[in-house]
Design a protein around this ligand. Structure first.
Ligand SMILES: [Zn+2]
Ligand SMILES: [Zn+2]
Length: 406
């Protein structure tokens, strides 16, 4: 019998050392052909899709950057042959996440180039490795922010792969130690992913509108579940964008009584259309004062510096505020008033995406309750414009790349 033990501090230290020596963050020689149309690259996206379906090593057609902050260009991307536990997916749709922009513009440090982003994918299985049992050719599947983890540590065994003690493998811009390659994301015709990290997407969900559920959806769902939100729970959602609009819909579907907080007059009406029962202008001190002590849970989806204390004041005793928005610098820029927490026994927590089992649960919840992202689809030629509009907050509420336009 194998007994799984957490790694010793010394082993963890060694692992971290090893990970820090992986070429993460280094701008190393690209593995992908540097073309415009190099030798061996597919003549067309259709040819690339046909090659993917063989399950052999192939070259995907993708969109990405050749320099951090550079224009989005066509990239030819090598994808590995399907190993025995791998699933080859023809990507149909890929959501555009703020993380894509931060990473590709170098706001989160260096990256190996060229660099292809995208971690909200929905597509069809076109080939599987010999030992794959959970997925079959033709299945509609999804891939979110993770494509690997150790599967042995306490976090992985709890189904919280994002907190893998040995480091989870991000879907793009990460060093995949299991396959000795750098990960490249879903703005591409195909991707090859270990079956454990492939989600089943119910056929009743619209595939384009389901794509953002793989990052934005689970990021909103997980803290609602962790807070035990159900019938009659009073939930506040602050920041009505890609994350917040899904938090409103999900909380409503869970039976909660939802209050939306926004600084935008125009979004008050929009939030009601999403199902919010009440809306509050969060930059109006009198309106905020009227909400004091009314809520059980607040989901804070604001990704800009803002007044967390003003939101904490809306909580009832023992209430809980979950921060899911991540300001670009990683700092909300506001000191938390400890007295507020102590006096009312409040909890202030962070939440980062969600594990694979919970992501699957979320997709099934959305199928049961008809929850979908409000999206605007974009073709491959207009990705740069879509990124700019997303940064400007000019989208209701998520862009999704139609990968058939690659
Ligand atoms: Zn994301
Ligand atoms: Zn692990």
């Amino acid at each position: 019998m194998t007994v799984l033990r957490p790694p010793t501090p010394a082993a963890l230290q060694a692992l971290r050392q090893q990970l820090s020596q992986a070429p993460d963050g280094a701008v190393s020689a690209p593995k992908a052909p540097a073309g415009p149309n190099p030798e061996g690259s597919p003549a067309s996206a259709a040819e690339a899709r046909a090659a993917a379906a063989t399950g052999l090593a192939h070259t995907a057609v993708a969109r990405g950057v050749r320099t951090l902050g550079g224009a989005i260009e066509e990239i030819f991307l090598p994808r590995r042959a399907a190993g025995e536990h791998d699933v080859v997916i023809e990507v149909e749709f890929c959501g555009l996440c703020h993380s894509d922009v931060h990473a590709a513009r170098g706001e989160w440090g260096g990256r190996a180039l060229p660099f292809v982003t995208g971690h909200e994918m929905v597509g069809r299985v076109v080939a599987v490795g010999s030992a794959v049992s959970a997925h079959a050719v033709g299945d509609r599947v999804g891939v979110g922010c993770l494509v690997g983890s150790c599967r042995e540590c306490a976090a992985c065994l709890r189904g919280q792969e994002m907190f893998c003690e040995r480091g989870s493998v991000g879907t793009y811009g990460a060093w995949d130690r299991f396959h000795a390659e750098r990960t490249q994301g879903g703005y591409a015709t195909s991707i090859v992913v270990a079956e454990d990290f492939v989600l089943k997407v119910p056929e009743s969900l619209d595939p384009a509108a389901a794509a953002p559920l793989l990052c934005a959806g689970i990021t909103s769902y997980s803290p609602l579940r962790a807070a035990g939100v159900g019938e009659g729970t009073r939930v506040g959602v602050a920041g009505i964008g890609g994350l917040g609009h899904l938090a409103v819909k999900l909380a409503v579907a869970m039976g909660a009584e939802v209050t939306a907080f926004t600084t935008s007059q125009a979004k008050l009406e929009a939030a009601r259309a999403l199902g919010a029962h009440r809306t509050v202008l969060s930059n109006d001190p009198a309106a905020m004062a009227a909400e004091a002590g009314t809520l059980d849970v607040v989901i804070d989806a604001i990704s800009a510096p803002h007044d967390v204390n003003a939101l904490l004041k809306t909580l009832r005793p023992t209430g809980r505020l979950a921060q899911i928005g991540l300001p670009p610098g990683g700092d909300a820029g506001q000191a938390v008033d400890a007295a507020l927490l102590v006096r009312n026994g409040l909890s202030l927590v962070g939440s980062k995406i969600g594990g694979i089992p919970e992501t699957q649960e979320m997709l099934e919840f959305c199928a049961r309750h008809g929850v979908a992202t409000d999206i605007e689809t974009v073709d491959a030629q207009h990705l740069g414009e879509a990124w700019d509009r997303m940064v400007a907050g000019d989208v209701r509420y998520r862009f999704v790349l139609d990968n058939s336009t690659l």
